[in-house]
Ligand binder design. Structure first.
Ligand SMILES: [Zn+2]
Length: 301
């Protein structure tokens, strides 16, 4: 039995135990857009809800069956295959962030892909659940044959030696962890700016606020379009229901709220497919406008 078939069998065993994550898939023109799970996070609700009006929050939590004590969001990486390139958006948490996350290589394996099959890695931002998976057991890049690409403003923010002191105590470890990973790709990383066509059919869209240089990506193939959101719309509940509310999960809450308003306008007016890193049921779907705000409609729902 070779390594691939062994891992496929382990994957099937995990599926039998009910551990297999949802994998969502759709065509964008001639290309295939898939989400691969990196597992999930366990967060105190206060991480998101703390700055929100608590009375108005309660009915929203009830509507979505959520507790304000703890949240367990999925982590869904987008994978875009256009026949020439196999592009992964972010790399997940790796083994050192949370025990429930860091399973992207298993999810890729279930699709018959190895880390060496990834030709490009495009980062939305450098938070732990998006970049800590960069390193393998030997502290080398896990996706050994990939070209790594990041927005210039995001790179500059985390590369700045002052960030660890200015980001605040709660996120100081984020700064240390991001810098350590970025040092490994410093000589080869390709930086890009807002509006730039990063790869054929993939354009960078500045969605700053969640982090100072957060980037989303617009995919176009034929007449189809999709938007890889990263954490610019960070959950399916308050971020959709009350996009103007300041969220504790955003580093600049005001800027992030303006970014969400811009994104919801764009997504609904063009009826675009979206992938949100922490959205449920695989993270892929569309957006409907409601009388109060917006609602996430998962692919296949
Ligand atoms: Zn984030």
């Amino acid at each position: 039995m070779d390594r691939r078939s062994f891992l496929m069998r382990s994957g099937m065993a995990a599926g039998c135990l009910g551990l297999s994550p949802v994998i969502a898939q759709a065509q964008v023109g001639q290309a295939t857009l898939t989400t691969v799970s990196d597992g999930s996070l366990t967060l105190p609700g206060s991480f998101i809800f703390e700055p929100m009006p608590q009375d108005a929050l309660q009915p929203i939590l009830a509507k979505y069956g959520l507790s304000d004590a703890q949240l367990t969001p999925e982590c869904n990486l987008a994978l875009y295959r256009d026949g020439e390139r196999t592009v992964l958006f972010d790399v997940g948490s790796g083994p050192d962030f949370m025990p429930t996350a860091g399973m992207v290589t298993d999810s890729l394996d279930a699709l018959g892909l190895t880390p060496e099959d990834i030709t490009h890695v495009l980062f939305t931002h450098a938070h732990p659940d998006h970049i800590w998976g960069l390193l393998d057991d030997f502290d080398e890049p896990l996706f050994a044959d990939a070209t790594y690409m990041m927005g210039r403003a995001e790179w500059d923010y985390w590369w700045n030696p002052e960030t660890v002191d200015t980001i605040g105590e709660a996120r100081a470890a984020f700064a240390v962890g991001a810098k350590r990973r970025m040092e490994v790709i410093e000589d080869s990383v390709e930086l890009f700016d807002d509006g730039q066509e990063v790869l054929p059919g993939i354009a960078a869209v500045a969605t700053h606020g969640h982090t100072p240089g957060h980037m989303s990506f617009e995919l176009r193939n034929g007449s189809d379009a999709a938007l890889i959101l990263g954490d610019a719309i960070g959950n399916h509940h308050v971020a959709f229901h009350k996009p103007d509310w300041i969220s504790g999960s955003d580093q600049d809450g005001g800027m992030a709220a303006k970014t969400r308003a811009m994104l919801f306008d764009r997504i609904t007016s063009e009826r675009m497919q979206i992938v949100g890193f922490h959205l449920p049921q695989g993270g892929m779907g569309r957006v409907d406008r409601t009388s109060e705000g917006y609602v996430f409609v998962p692919e296949g729902a």
